[in-house]
Design a protein around this ligand. Structure first.
Ligand code: PLP
Length: 352
């Protein structure tokens, strides 16, 4: 606290990201990074940018990137917005589209950045409890609201909502913007991008941080009706005209161009997820069905906080949320086969 802080800053409760420890040789399964690394073509494209052109500002509209994304999803470039990570895209969405007269709706258990943006931008919210099985029930979202946002698959549960259910929420709220945060969609869920041409109130956000393994490059995107995208452009151009630097634009274009790498690595993550789920279930864990690159699991007789601590003593870090309903769960990122083996080995020792 300082007397120089604005009252807004004094009241903020900022997001706390998963730790990025400096220690080497850790099995780091706490922030849902992709263990396989980006396509070699991404690295090549970034290297090709490393010259005196860095003195120039980048393309403020990221036209090439938006056009590659548009082609990839069968939409027009005017329906595509890009930003410095999807966190920035989401921030603009909260400020430009979700600050309305009525409270917005999101699940009680979800991405913990949403309440933080509400605090930053003065957006009122109402939490909608997940069902006892930690699922989103579309029926619960058919009530008056100022907007709706949820991740699909949800985080940190990993559970996906089938596309028809997503459509029920979108179709049932024609006067609200419905934002589907698809950070993990490429690990086994159905994207709602296929619906954007039919629903002018639907906005889908995605990131290159997870399935495309570029968390360090900071690129996120949103796809929707051009009027929604125009709102985001107005916020962006009132905030930072150059959110994506030259390296990020070049690397992101190359990431979308190497579909083989994308498909191969996400398939490997999904295969490993199935193997880890099976092994942990055999050890007495309840593992929620996951369509993401992490699993959310609790043990029948062990406290989540204890397990997280004891894994840590063995050099394995996972995420534990000290929150009602989920404090016995661990959120574990799917790592390489070797990392997953180390995890399973350690868990076996701890639960026996
Ligand atoms: C990781 C994540 C994001 C943010 O991704 P960035 O593009 O790295 O900012 C957004 N939403 C959810 C649900 C996430 O898990």
């Amino acid at each position: 606290m300082s007397k120089f802080w604005s009252s807004l800053v004094s009241q903020l409760k900022p997001y706390v990201p998963g730790e990025q420890p400096k220690m080497e040789r850790l099995v780091k399964l706490n922030t849902n990074e992709n263990p396989y690394g980006p396509s070699p073509r991404v690295l090549e494209a970034i290297r090709a940018q490393l010259d005196e052109r860095l003195r120039l500002y980048p393309d403020p509209e990221s036209e090439q990137l938006r056009s590659v994304i548009a082609t990839c999803y069968g939409v027009s470039p005017e329906q595509v917005f890009v930003g410095n990570g999807s966190d920035e895209v989401l921030a603009h969405i909260f400020q430009g589209l979700l600050k309305q007269d009525r409270p917005i709706l999101f699940p009680d258990i979800t991405y913990s950045f949403y309440p933080v943006y509400c605090g930053l931008y003065g957006v009122e919210s109402q939490l909608v409890p997940l069902t006892g099985d930690f699922e989103i029930d579309p029926q619960d979202y058919l009530v008056p609201n100022g907007g709706i946002i949820f991740p699909n698959p949800n985080a940190p549960t990993g559970r996906a909502l089938p596309l028809v259910e997503v459509e029920r929420i979108v179709a049932g709220n024609p006067d609200s913007v419905v934002v589907v945060d698809e950070a993990y969609v490429d690990f086994g869920a159905e994207s709602a991008v296929t619906l954007v041409d039919r629903y002018p109130n639907l906005l889908v956000s995605q990131t290159l941080s997870k399935a495309r393994s570029l968390a360090g490059l900071r690129v996120g995107l949103a796809i929707g009706h051009r009027d929604l995208v125009e709102a985001l452009n107005r916020v962006k151009n009132s905030f930072n005209s150059y959110p994506l630097d030259r390296l990020a634009q070049a690397g992101a274009v190359a990431a979308f161009e190497d579909e083989a790498w994308f498909n191969e690595t996400r398939q490997r993550v999904m295969d490993e997820r199935a193997r880890v789920t099976l092994a942990m279930t055999a050890m007495g864990f309840e593992v929620l069905p996951s369509s993401a690159n992490f699993i959310f699991a609790r043990h029948a007789s062990q406290k989540g906080a204890d397990l997280a601590l004891r894994l840590r003593e063995r050099g394995i870090i996972v995420r534990h949320f000290d929150k009602p309903r989920i404090d016995d769960f661990l959120r574990i990122t799917i790592g390489t086969a070797e990392q997953n083996d180390e995890l399973l080995q350690a868990l076996k020792g701890l639960v026996n």
